[in-house]
Design a protein around this ligand. Structure first.
Ligand code: SF4
Length: 389
């Protein structure tokens, strides 16, 4: 066996831009230091009940900028506001780094929409075959089982739904559709965040899907292992183990999110035989730096989460301040490819606006093709020829 040493050590991350605070010298902030020493810190229901959901609440933990405070006060904020104690503690532990804070604390820019932005950029509502059930691809469906999340991401593709009180799900109609649609063999449960539901409610959904003979695969998409890792309890994992094969997509953004608690949660899932995959939205000022993305992917590999997708930020209303140029994503992919094992290199995708589905976007590797000779370019930009036959 040949030992392979990785050329990729973990490089220091580039310094991030501090959030300018207009009142940094004012009142001292609360921290979670005392709570972290108590058993309730490990109780996911305590974490959920004690989410910070108001302007007055968040001002106890962060010195807000004038812009952030104005965003709370402005009428018409698109998305509700909530941060779990765990995630707020992570944000507080990196006070100079504004990356994670930007993703959950509203700014005035989210009240501005551009001409190309849409309420439902992925066209999910148009493909809804029963309330809550989206059928776009031939063999798989998206099942939006709820609208509640533990934190509300300011760039959320489903900002039209999350926390709105408007989302309806007809479980009976969805199961009936699935039973009479044998080409569907794969169900992705999403929301909102399905993991805010109690174990017995989630098990009711998973077991019902599992009972449909032509459904081979049930998956769940969640951000909770990152923002509320205490939710990944032994009981929850034991429940999931009853319904193999079961896969989980986890919404990671930044290497700072991978705390010991998150590592323990992901390892618990891996130990139970539940494959996990990362989904990362490319966000300006958060993770649009090749070294940040590289550090994230390397850390994901260490906690046994397979890097899966980097998404171009969807053109949902009020998110232009988060969106990068596509070239930024291509440059990041070029930086990742060849500089770490292929296990760590995700696929960069654009969810085609208007309901076209996910389209992979690759840095150009085929330079030319003629008479069976392919000229290809490697990660260093060097050209090679491959001849068919
Ligand atoms: S957790 Fe997912 S569904 Fe909920 S706000 Fe964030 S991106 Fe949207």
């Amino acid at each position: 066996m040949v030992a392979v040493s990785s050329p990729c050590s973990n490089p220091p991350l580039p310094a991030c831009t501090p959030v300018p605070s207009s009142n940094a010298s004012k009142k001292p902030l609360l921290t979670y230091a005392a709570d972290k020493a108590e058993p309730h810190w490990q109780d996911w229901k305590w974490q959920f009940r004690n989410r910070v959901t108001t302007l007055a609440g968040i001002e106890q933990y962060l010195h807000l900028t004038d812009d952030e405070r104005a965003a709370f006060a402005a009428a018409g904020t698109n998305i509700p506001f909530a941060i779990t104690p765990h995630y707020l503690d992570v944000i507080q532990s990196t006070p100079e780094c504004s990356a994670l804070r930007k993703t959950v604390v509203p700014r005035m820019a989210e009240l501005t929409s551009t001409a190309s932005e849409m309420v439902d950029p992925c066209g999910e509502d148009a493909d809804m075959v029963a309330p809550g059930l989206v059928h776009r691809y031939p063999d798989r469906v998206l099942f939006l089982v709820n609208e509640t999340c533990s934190v509300y991401c300011r760039y959320c593709t489903r900002s039209r739904v999350v926390g709105s009180g408007q989302h309806s799900v007809d479980f009976d109609a969805a199961y009936e559709y699935l039973e009479k649609t044998p080409q569907v063999r794969d169900v992705l449960i999403s929301g909102g965040d399905p993991l805010v539901m109690a174990d017995h409610k989630l098990e009711g959904i998973i077991s019902r899907l599992h009972s449909i003979p032509h459904i081979d695969l049930v998956r769940i998409g969640s951000k909770i292992p990152v923002v509320l890792p205490q939710r990944i309890t032994d009981d929850f994992v034991a429940m999931l183990k009853k319904y193999p094969p079961f896969y989980m997509s986890i919404h990671f953004l930044h290497p700072d999110e991978i705390t010991p608690e998150v590592e323990a949660a992901c390892n618990k899932l891996a130990d139970a035989g539940i494959p996990t995959f990362s989904q990362t939205v490319l966000l300006k000022g958060v993770n649009d730096d090749p070294e940040v993305m590289k550090a994230l992917m390397l850390k994901l590999l260490k906690i046994r989460v397979r890097p899966y997708y980097i998404y171009q930020c969807d053109p949902v209303q009020g998110t232009s301040h988060f969106r990068t140029q596509v070239q930024t994503g291509l440059d990041i992919m070029q930086h990742l490819r060849g500089h770490m094992t292929g296990y760590g290199v995700p696929t960069y995708v654009i969810d085609a606006p208007g309901g076209g589905g996910k389209v992979p976007i690759h840095p150009e590797t085929v330079v030319s093709h003629a008479d069976g000779t392919w000229t290809i370019k490697n990660f260093e930009g060097n050209e090679y020829q491959y001849i068919d036959g």
